[in-house]
Ligand binder design. Sequence first.
Ligand code: IMP
Length: 424
Amino acid sequence: MNCCVTGLQWGDEGKGKVVDILAETSDFVVRYNGGANAGHTVVIGDSKFALHLLPSGAVRQGVFCVIGNGVVIDPDCLIGEIDELAKRNISLDGRLFISENAHLVMDYHKLEDQLREDALGKNKIGTTIRGIGPCYADKILRSYALTVSDLLDSDALKAKLEQIVAVKNKTFTALYNAATLDAGKIFDKCTIYSKRLVPYAADTTELLHKAIADGKSILFEGAQGTLLDLDHGTFPFVTSSNSSSLGMPAGTGVPAKMVDKFIGVAKAYTTRVGAGPFPTELDNDIGQYIRQKGNEYGTTTGRPRRCGWFDAVAAAYSIKIGSIDSVALMHLDTLTGLKEIKVCTAYEIDGRRTRFFPSNRHKLSKAKCIYKTLEGWDEQIDDVSNFNSLPKLAKNYVLLLEELLEKPVTMIGIGPKRTQTLTR
Ligand code: IMP
């Protein structure tokens, strides 16, 4: 069975844990979008792994890992992660495959990300400064982009870097009065990237099609969430890739119809990092309670996440966009102790009620939430062993979300550990 896991909100839904659990029965785990802006925390026993580029399945020895063509790779970060796992006796040799067509995030992309954000001042997007936007921009512009395949030919790479750096220097100096880059130093770093990463380079499209023909099970892992999708999210406050499941076919070369099941991951509330509209945001004590209890601080940047109630309008939209079959609802335990819990069931925009998430960002910023209020529960739920043992009010909450989303909630997260997951 082939499965695709994507976030239904603005990222950080707990996809890493869901992927890690599903990876146990998968042969391959495949990343298809984004780069080191993602941060997946995987907890195994007492060990905590923060992965940014490697698929979450990397921590499981028997699983093959693929970084697809849709991913943008920060080579320093990837090499660091490979070394970090090696230190813990987890080897990726022979089981990590990096698409030759994946683009490289260079230091000058990260610099440009920072310079652009600084120049935008109060209008900034609030990016992770991981160089994601500038790298994808170079990909779209084509002429000055670098891919993993460029690491295979050092003479051609040297010449290309000289061309790229000449252009970057002109642009950065003119626009931001920034210091100039040195093509030679960048090339020296690239020789290390070649040595360390070329052994993993592969035609991942061919590899995946062969694996599917051989009846292997593939798990596709989305980074970020649907509402951060470049085309279908809350533009311009989005990331620069298709982070919904729509990015999966383009980011791997595997058509969506080869996927048997699409799983959407949502938190039992909503979070967002960076700027942009957030209709159910709780800029108050309840938001702070959720932030503290759920440890809502960015894995990649450490920034405090904005917290709010579950937005069923937004999640239902993500389900439609992503052709989602079932939902994994994470962090239910974080809501324990709240007197009442609200769920946004509809928006009112310019005096009209709607249950469809508006694609027009100007409309979204005017949305007033219509809430349904439920009584909260006080009992600790982090050691409950099955759905029926949850307090009645917690069950009611899950059942209401199922009704609003019109999809079954088949996994429920009640704590950070692998074992703290209920399945139905
Ligand atoms: P970028 O992807 O670094 O360009 O950032 C664009 C927007 O996406 C910003 O609001 C980031 O905070 C957000 N973003 C990027 N990656 C993640 C993630 O993994 N989780 C949550 N938000 C993210």
